[in-house]
Design a protein around this ligand. Structure first.
Ligand code: EPZ
Length: 433
């Protein structure tokens, strides 16, 4: 088992370069299946969720070649299987994108239900609703989802909730369906737009991505393309908060400032200085941090994937802050760990009351999911003394060389390997977020 050991109290200073977006890459890689020619995907982050997506593609028969730093050539023309088995699907939530991509290309798909997850109930009813609207039939049996369609036909899909995954899956399945598909109440996250741009670069006809109505006019063939994944909005936001929590001064490079607007505005309210440039921003703190209220909502609101990180920052600010989670039922599981570090947080349902104490103390803690892990790293960097973080496989799912990037900024963080504890770290629990 790997863990991080952080000696806290060092100011982060210098420059950091943000990697490609996890939540875009895990949809774009399966989307390559839809192409009739090889594709080159660049700015692919080096994280375990991407490694799993690439492995699934290879196991299906696609030829996957690493052609340089963060770039892959993927030839989907030799795919001879439409199945993603339990062993791989359970490791990554985003394996559900293989449903939409395989259905869109071959009119059939067989994918294991994605593994259990620590954010509360994560149904896929809206994904299935979209596939049905396009003419597919589904069966759920023995933990597998089977989809098949005689022919996919454009249709009107109205989502009952705003969902990133189902919006992406609807686009993947509709892109080659006959006629026009209208997706209403669509999610608007930057990775939705990125997937649409990627598909359009292969010859798809998708309009309106980034608004709540997306129109997809089906095309017969999709051709090869070379495409670079957008920078990771959440990784950038995490480094912004790490800089702020250590009262540091960091230039964050390779970002799209527009994607970070809700985070930037909230941090400025808390007392963080931010100067934006075309594709970078400087983040520094030279005064007191003050309380703020935060409510997470789908894009363009404050992202749920930044909630644990900003809550951690608010423990270091003066005054009482209220953080309300508006997307996931169980996104406060990290709070117990922060309390071990001296945080004063009370959770009542979807609301957390944070009494800013201005300080945290190092302690042994455990990451319970990806962003919870990021929050514990921030806490450890700001705390006095030593913080040891276990279960960092969660963090490595979504952050490209987090400890290396932090070390470059002056953090005292190292990854050490300790022998596994018997049974407790059962790999069946390593399900994705
Ligand atoms: C994506 O998850 C992200 N994962 C999550 O990132 C992120 O937290 C989430 O979007 C919200 O932004 C990936 O992109 C791989 P949803 P997803 O479908 O698509 C309900 C991270 O830390 N819902 O937008 O699974 C659902 O229960 C992670 O990087 C249904 O009711 O999320 C939730 O309350 C974790 N039925 C809400 O919608 C459905 O069929 C939003 O979920 C689907 C979703």
């Amino acid at each position: 088992m790997d863990k991080f050991i952080i000696k806290g109290g060092r100011r982060l200073e210098g420059e950091v370069t943000i990697s490609g977006a996890k939540n875009a890459a895990v949809a774009i890689l399966p989307a390559v299946i839809l192409s009739d020619e090889p594709c080159i995907v660049e700015n692919v982050p080096s994280i375990s969720d991407v490694n799993i997506s690439l492995r699934i593609l290879s196991e299906m028969g696609a030829e996957v070649t690493n052609i340089g730093k963060d770039a892959y050539r993927i030839d989907p023309t030799k795919i001879n299987k439409c199945c993603v088995p339990y062993e791989t699907a359970r490791k990554m939530r985003a394996s559900y994108y293989f449903l939409g991509a395989l259905l869109g290309k071959f009119n059939k798909a067989r994918v294991s239900m994605p593994g259990g997850c620590p954010l509360g109930d994560r149904p896929i009813d809206q994904h299935l609703k979209a596939f049905s609207a396009l003419g597919a039939e589904y069966t759920l049996s023995q933990g597998m989802i089977d989809l098949k369609a005689e022919k996919l036909r454009g249709s009107q899909i109205f989502f009952d909730v705003v969902t990133v995954g189902a919006t992406m899956n609807a686009m993947l399945a509709a892109v080659k369906a006959e006629g026009l598909t209208i997706i209403e109440n669509a999610a608007k996250e930057p990775h939705i737009v990125d997937l649409a741009n990627f598909l359009n670069s292969m010859g798809a006809n998708i309009m309106g991505a980034g608004t709540d109505v997306i129109k997809v006019r089906g095309v017969e063939h999709l051709h090869g393309t070379t495409y670079a994944v957008i920078p990771d909005q959440i990784e950038a936001g995490t480094f912004m908060i790490a800089a702020a929590a250590t009262k540091g001064d960091v230039l964050i490079k390779n970002i799209i400032p527009k994607h970070l607007e809700s985070i930037t505005k909230k941090l400025e309210k808390i007392g963080v200085n931010i100067e934006q440039y075309d594709d970078s921003m400087r983040v520094w703190v030279d005064g007191p941090l003050v309380k703020a209220n935060v409510k997470t909502t789908p894009h363009p609101g404050f992202p749920t994937d930044m909630q644990p990180q900003i809550a951690t920052l608010l423990t270091l600010a003066s005054g009482t802050s209220i953080v309300t989670e508006g997307v996931w039922e169980q996104r406060f599981r990290y709070v117990d760990e922060l309390r071990r570090m001296g945080a004063d947080i009370t959770v009542n349902g979807k609301v957390a009351l944070i009494e800013g104490t201005g300080k945290l103390m190092g302690a042994p803690v455990k990451a319970c999911d990806l962003r919870a892990g990021a929050a514990l790293i921030i806490a450890g960097l700001a705390a006095s003394g030593i913080t040891e973080i276990e279960d960092i496989f969660h963090i490595e799912r979504g952050y490209d060389c987090m400890e290396g990037k932090l070390r470059q900024l002056g953090a005292d963080i190292e990854k050490v390997n300790v022998p596994d504890k018997p049974k407790e770290n059962d790999s069946d629990n390593k399900t994705a977020v």
